[in-house]
Design a protein. Structure first.
Length: 120
């Protein structure tokens, strides 16, 4: 399984990456910006994309939209640090979103979600 993590905070992204690699046995790449994520989606196929909805350079929704266009089978797990979309309405906006989790989600729980969606 191939996983792309899109997270502006490199330390947090590396923490998630280590857990997903170790727990789910996945091949994981980390990008820290909108542009890097778009490039990664353009160049490689991904089974799961872990996407922080609040990227420092903005554009997280366009990353999901681009993934939906280029890789419609990729499942997107949204990470959100704000209460915006906490009502679940994100699923009305991003057709490839499979789950929305708070930024405070434990890394091992995120890895379990990645394993679940990566296997289906």
């Amino acid at each position: 399984m191939k996983v792309l993590i899109v997270e502006s905070n490199p330390a947090l992204g590396r923490l998630w990456q280590a857990h997903v690699e170790r727990t789910a046995g996945a091949q994981v790449a980390l990008t820290c910006s909108h542009d890097a994520a778009i490039q990664a989606i353009l160049c490689e196929a991904w089974d799961v994309i872990v996407l922080n909805l609040v990227l420092d350079d903005g554009g997280a929704m366009s990353v999901s939209d681009y993934a939906g266009f280029r890789q419609p089978d990729a499942k997107v797990i949204i990470i959100n640090s704000s209460s915006f979309f906490s009502d679940g309405s994100i699923f009305n906006h991003l057709s490839n979103a499979r789950a929305i989790l708070p930024t405070s989600t434990r890394p091992e729980d995120l890895a379990a979600m990645v394993a679940h969606y990566g296997e289906t």
